[in-house]
Design a protein around this ligand. Structure first.
Ligand code: IFM
Length: 437
């Protein structure tokens, strides 16, 4: 069961989220290649050898998808613009790309949906990847230019703008762990990306403010890091992991400096003079987006820094193998407000579960329970005084789950990838009952 809407404050925003590369179809509309297209074209990178070339065909079916958002009673739709669609070589505007997003935003407004825009959800133009991508300091000005272009076209109608989605994934997952494009495993590359991604954010915020933009934020992901055993070594492993994942970005954004436990390993590889960039990175925000999915246990791993290795935990798991731990959401929201953000408005910008479809692929009772538990966890944070303003489910549709391909299904709406037929699941119905009661 989902809670009643009346249990949340007046004006609390309920929405669902998607991202361009995961749903649109990167082959359509004269989009340029992104580093995700080339990463996906490289054997061994994607579980099912798939790409986002067609994805959910949202480029053509966007009206159907917005109808699904409206009919469920959502207030807001969180979407991203694809840099490679708007600027196929990363620098030159593709009018067809901007026209698409223009129609999309008008379509949201026509359906009473507040557009929550994210300017970067991972599809870096391949031409910019050729120039070093997130390793190149110039990415900050390239991204600010891109932000200006999108703002000039959509800024008069969007309810809010986030610069980046999940900088930890953009930098660490992609340049240190190698799971995401560009698939690097190099601590110098990763350290530079960890800094440049924040510099790009700060530079874009400054550029957008100069254009008069309002309601600017950024979306970070948080993952509980607990020690796998009682040893001091496991405690240290969890502390290091927490610093890299949960503290690096928020501390820098709030002007609190990079955490020492992460600087211990990353510091030697940061670009010269990085300290001078910290004021720009800490440019004031209007809100912060919080993505939360799971908790991970960490054991001590001997050898090179960061000396932490994940181990499977004992809790029930989603189709991704991620532990389900709703109280982690309350803990992060309370911790953020207490240690970092104070009264800054927060939104849960992503929370959701992948679930293997059963015989009836629309019967996702386990997802309804998951959502109910996480909504109650969000409610508990409100009770503790957190300035939480909204909750977005990930995702509206089953879609391209990056390196996992089309196997994991996070959607409120089932997508048949052969016919592109959309079928609302029980979880979509549950939201509809909650939001339209
Ligand atoms: O699908 C992703 C999304 O792109 C970013 N946040 C996590 C989701 C689930 O893995």
């Amino acid at each position: 069961m989902l809670p009643n809407r009346s249990e949340f404050p007046e004006g609390f925003v309920f929405g669902a989220a998607t991202a361009a590369y995961q749903i649109e179809g990167s082959a359509f509309g004269n989009a340029g290649p992104s580093h995700w297209d080339t990463f996906a074209a490289t054997p061994g990178n994607i579980a099912d050898d798939s790409s986002g070339a067609r994805a959910c065909d949202h480029y053509r079916l966007w009206e159907t998808d917005l109808d699904l958002m409206r009919d469920a009673g959502f207030d807001a739709y969180r979407f991203s613009t694809s840099w490679a669609r708007v600027m196929p070589d990363g620098r030159t505007v593709n009018p067809e790309g901007l026209d698409f997003y223009d129609r999309l935003v008008d379509g949201m407004l026509a359906r009473g949906l507040q557009p929550f825009l994210t300017l970067y959800h991972w599809d870096l133009p391949a031409a910019l990847a050729d120039r070093g991508g997130w390793r190149n300091r110039d990415v900050a000005s390239w991204f600010a230019d891109h932000a200006r272009v999108v703002h000039a076209r959509l800024g008069d109608r969007v309810a809010s703008t986030a610069t980046l989605n999940e900088p930890w994934c953009i930098a660490w997952l992609s340049h240190f762990l190698g799971h995401h494009a560009p698939g690097m495993r190099d601590i110098r590359a990763a350290s530079r990306a960890m800094h440049h991604v924040l510099l790009a954010h700060g530079t874009a915020i400054q550029a957008l403010r100069a254009e008069g933009a309002r309601d600017l934020g950024v979306v970070l992901n948080f993952e509980t890091a607990h020690p796998a055993d009682d040893s001091p070594e496991a405690a240290a492993a969890a502390t290091t992991q927490d610093a890299i994942y949960n503290q690096w970005f928020i501390r820098a954004l709030m002007g609190q400096g990079y955490p020492q436990a992460a600087l211990d390993g990353i510091g030697p590889y940061l670009p010269d003079g990085w300290q001078d960039d910290m004021p720009r990175i800490a440019a004031p925000l209007d809100w912060l987006g919080v993505n939360y999915y799971t908790r991970v246990l960490h054991r001590h791993r001997p050898g090179l820094w960061p000396n932490a290795a994940p181990v499977p935990g004992p809790l029930a798991k989603t189709q991704m193998g991620w532990e389900i731990r709703p109280e982690g959401l309350t803990e992060f929201l309370v911790r953020l407000a207490r240690d970092h953000t104070g009264d800054l408005p927060l939104h849960v910008t992503e929370n959701g579960m992948a679930l293997e479809p059963g015989l009836d692929m629309t019967d996702d009772a386990a997802r309804v329970a998951f959502i109910g538990d996480h909504l109650r966890a969000a409610r508990a944070a409100l009770d503790q005084g957190v300035n939480l303003r909204g909750f977005f489910y990930w995702s509206l549709l089953d879609n391209y789950e990056w390196a996992f391909g089309y196997g994991p299904r996070f959607g409120l709406v089932h997508v048949d990838y052969r016919t592109m037929r959309r079928t609302p699941k029980a979880s979509w119905q549950a939201f509809r009952r909650m939001l339209t009661a």
